[in-house]
Design a protein around this ligand. Sequence first.
Ligand code: DX5
Ligand code: ZN
Length: 221
Amino acid sequence: MMLKLAPSILAADFKNLGKQVMETVEAGAHYVHLDVMDGLFVPSISFGMPVISSLRSCTDLVFDVHMMVEKPERYIGDFRKAGADLICVHAEACTHLDRTINQIKETGAKAGVALNPATPISVLEHILSEVDMVLIMSVNPGFGGQKYIPYATEKVRALRNMCRERGLETDIQMDGGVTCGNVRELIEAGANIFVAGSAVFNGDVTANTKAFLEIFKEYEG
Ligand code: DX5
Ligand code: ZN
């Protein structure tokens, strides 16, 4: 599977947001990861539709919207209109996950489901074949710059096996504490899309982006 980098703009310099997004795009990033926080599902509040629709004019790259929002079904249409290509909702935030996944697909966006660190992959039993991507949180969502929770690696390994057993090529995205130091272990466990906030935006954005892409090349071909 193709390995992809999804820089999370949460760690960007917001007064230069467009410029910083363009820097990751030009350096070869594959997605723009947009962390929407509602102050209820997670303690913090980040940004919403206006920021996303304003960034939409910067690039055609996939806009990957990670909704850390209670009852996300209330806003799926709005995020799609703002420019989301992929909408990922937390299983823990949806009373009717199947309905919400269908609602995302009906907008024409790709559908993802995210799991908090302590949520077992068994919740995916019946919905796995219906989603384009599973996001495995490797920190407790709410803030950038946290430390990777080691048991997330085993979770990814088990999920990749679950996909293989069912003949599915579902994307597995890792989010939280991903760095050039641990990404090889995560690739080997079976993840293929990597969110990185502080590891991309702290310091030289172009060099940091390219450092991930160089590691991906070790696994290509
Ligand atoms: C955490 C967010 C992440 C976060 C990642 O709640 O979902 O996308 O921005 O940041 P780092 O890579 O710094 O852990
Ligand atoms: Zn995220």
